[in-house]
Design a protein. Structure first.
Ligand code: UDP
Length: 328
């Protein structure tokens, strides 16, 4: 009998890719989503349970209906810029939502929890190697809210024995190479999809946020990791917990940093089209450099990224971008 896994945010970008990976690994992914930013059309690999993390009864109902063996918690507000303008929403929806979910998991006896955290919890630490032992000093409300949830999970382990695998993501990019699911946000704020929109003529230009950072070309450097590789790590994290291993934090990045200008150049090469750009102001809350310096996921989970080179990520995103987007 296939086991169920409750995937919060299962109708969203990363959650939908996780559902595909879970199904391929023999599980039944249950997408728990309020469809506020997710897409009904993205739920293709298991049932959809419409619910909201601020509504405890809807979470309890999902545990009761599906008796999942584990939770993968993706649902969250995740925009750095928005979090600086509206921190209350981030604290309320991310932190309170996670507390409700963890309480419901414990009440249902489901004590394996895989959580999406972020390198935004590190803040802006010039020259410091970012790995699982690095101090967490977030500089935006998004990072603060994710750090609070990491701490919440430690408290839940001490009080209730809830074991967690926490993944600190660097920049997730690309789409399912088979284009069954992809990245679609309204409004879109992320670099690569915005750039593909500009290339396709769906917007006038890509604005580069800041050209005066202390980096070789003055633009921010990020570590991009393919969403399919990222969700493979989640399946390995689930197996880690199922094997009875203890709570663990893993950074997920490729280990290579690329500036915004380098991503623009790579997009030009992959699509063979010009990228209209405008140079703009810095975006509040952005760190200059965020690149993973960790090998733990490879060493301990056996994670080997397959598609996390820039050309492959942009090529997969471009193919999805040109296919039919979600309607609902
Ligand atoms: N960025 C940019 N123009 C945009 C969107 C993003 O220059 O229209 C930059 C942003 O400042 C950051 C990088 O691209 O350095 C990645 O930003 P994104 O929003 O994709 O991800 P984040 O780093 O916020 O998770």
């Amino acid at each position: 009998m296939a086991e169920h896994v409750l995937v919060t945010g299962g109708a969203g970008y990363i959650g939908a890719h996780a559902c595909k990976a879970l199904k391929a690994a023999g599980y039944i992914p249950v997408a728990f989503d309020n469809l506020s930013t997710g897409w009904r059309d993205a739920v293709k690999f298991g049932p959809l349970h419409e619910g909201d993390l601020l509504d405890r009864a809807s979470i309890d109902a999902a545990f009761k209906a599906f008796r999942p063996v584990a939770v993968m918690h993706f649902a969250a507000l995740s925009l750095v810029g928005e979090s600086m303008k509206n921190p209350g929403r981030y604290w309320r929806e991310n932190v309170l939502g996670a507390a409700n979910l963890a309480d419901a998991a414990v009440a249902a006896g489901c004590l394996s929890f895989v959580f999406s955290s972020t390198c935004a919890t590190y803040g802006d630490q010039d020259g410091v190697v970012l790995n699982e032992n690095t101090d967490q000093l977030p500089i935006n409300a998004y990072g603060q809210s994710k750090l609070a949830i990491e701490k919440l999970l430690a408290d839940f382990e001490a009080a209730h024995g809830l074991r967690s695998v926490i993944f600190r993501y660097f920049n997730v990019a690309g789409c399912d190479p088979e284009a069954e699911v992809g990245e679609q946000h309204v409004p879109e704020t992320h670099l690569i999809p915005l750039m593909l929109d500009a290339i396709a003529g769906k917007r006038d230009a890509l604005t580069i946020f800041g050209t005066d950072y202390n980096t070789p070309d003055g633009t921010c450097i990020r570590d991009y990791v393919h969403v399919s590789d990222l969700v493979d790590a989640h399946v390995k994290g689930l197996e880690w917990l199922k094997a009875g291993k203890g709570s663990r934090v893993f950074c997920l990045g490729s280990g290579d940093g690329f500036s915004v200008r380098q991503v623009v150049e790579a997009s030009r090469a992959v699509t063979n089209r010009e990228v209209p750009i405008v140079e703009g102001e810095r975006r509040p809350g952005d760190a200059a450099v965020l690149v993973s310096g960790s090998h733990r996921a490879t060493d301990e989970l056996g994670w080997e990224p397959q598609r996390s080179d820039l050309a492959t990520m942009i090529g997969d995103a471009w193919r999805w971008h040109q296919s039919a987007p979600y309607d609902s």
